[in-house]
Design a protein around this ligand. Structure first.
Ligand code: AHG
Ligand code: MN
Ligand code: MN
Length: 343
């Protein structure tokens, strides 16, 4: 039988098509994303052989969030920084693993884009072969062309200002999901040709779902309104398809991706467990904002329980936020409980 010659649409082709459809696109963005994709391929290769190489396990150090730092966190962070700093399209970067902004070394040309990223999400799952990921959000600096030093005021922008966002998921296969504001598109890495090929065009999240994702071990540390939300999704009520099924991987990217494709609400509420983390564990700039842009483009919604994540004005680089994200109707129910509109 004649072998099919059609390889399918590569991510590069898709980016170029999007670029052609965007009159103001200059190709800088395509260059930027292509380099990020190379970084992700390198990380994917290490993740997939991590069981064999000495790249597993904790480094014995803790990051600024006081989280235990895994070797793969550091590796992924290094790969992204080293690969992205010479692209010539960035004025700076912000990483979950770096306390301060990452400057572009003077020997490289600078650009007007800002890359915010979580190099490796789901660190607690690295050495047990459970899916992990990389999350990214891209902004344009507020006052472009200014040769002045980049300042935090340039970087600390609302998530609504992102020009692109997405994630890589290192799971049973390696996937990339991204949006530039023109739909959400998923690509699967074909190791045999080393290319990401279009596998999920124009992803739309079901408006209502039957899956909820939350770490219920924090129940004792939640306030009554948060408990009421989770109790609601667990209550038996045939007419509203309850109880929902509980699914919680412990890697935000994996939980988010499943809910994006099947429908679902992921919650990481504020809790009283760690006084250092009153606003929940997840980070606004490198986790919540990028996924909030993806889910909005897919027809879903992301809230901190009171306001849209994308409308939050960041006060500082590593600001945390409670996160309710996924199927629009379910997130609106969670918001209604938090606002006291539902009991
Ligand atoms: P990271 O590995 O980047 O620190 O992120 C881990 C996050 C997120 O991936 C996941 O949803 C959450 O931590 C799980 O936290 P709990 O173990 O407290 O449920
Ligand atoms: Mn993370
Ligand atoms: Mn991380």
């Amino acid at each position: 039988m004649k072998k099919k010659s059609k390889v399918g649409i590569t991510i590069t082709q898709h980016l170029l098509n999007q670029q052609r459809e965007n009159p103001e696109a200059t190709g800088s963005f395509t260059k930027l994303l292509n380099e990020l994709i190379v970084a992700a391929k390198v990380i994917s290769r290490e993740v997939n052989k991590a069981g064999l190489a000495d790249i597993l396990g904790p480094t014995g150090t803790r990051n600024i969030y006081d989280d235990e730092v895994q070797k793969l966190d550091i590796f992924a962070n290094k790969v992204i920084i080293e690969r992205m700093q010479h692209v010539g399209e960035l004025c700076c970067m912000g990483s979950e693993e770096n306390e301060n902004l990452i400057e572009i070394p003077s020997q490289y040309p600078k650009g007007d884009y800002i890359l915010m990223f979580d190099p490796l999400d789901g660190s607690s799952n690295i050495d047990v072969n459970v899916s992990i990921g990389t999350i990214f959000g891209i902004y344009k600096r507020k006052n472009p062309d200014s040769c002045s030093e980049i300042s935090l005021s340039d970087v600390l922008q609302k998530g609504i200002n992102q020009v692109a966002a997405g994630y890589f998921l290192y799971g049973s296969s390696t996937m990339m999901v991204y949006t530039t504001g023109h739909g959400v598109h998923g690509f699967t890495l074909f190791p045999s040709i080393g290319e990401f090929l279009l596998s999920h065009e124009n992803i739309k999240i079901p408006e209502k779902s039957t899956i909820y994702s939350v770490n219920e071990s924090y129940y004792a540390y939640w306030d009554d309104k948060t408990r009421a939300i989770v109790d609601y999704f667990k209550k038996v009520d045939k007419d509203t398809g309850r109880p929902y099924t509980a699914r919680y991987v412990g890697s935000l990217v994996a939980d988010f991706h499943r809910n994006l494709l099947k429908g679902g609400i992921f919650m990481y509420p504020a809790d009283r467990k760690d006084p250092k983390k009153p606003g929940g564990k997840l980070r606004l700039m490198v986790e919540a904002n990028p996924l909030a842009m993806v889910v909005r483009e897919a027809g879903g919604y992301a809230s901190d329980g009171y306001v849209p994540i994308l409308d939050i004005d960041p006060g500082f680089l590593h600001q945390r936020t409670p996160l309710y994200i996924g199927s629009k109707k379910d997130v609106e129910i969670a918001e209604a409980f938090m606002k006291g509109e539902r009991k």
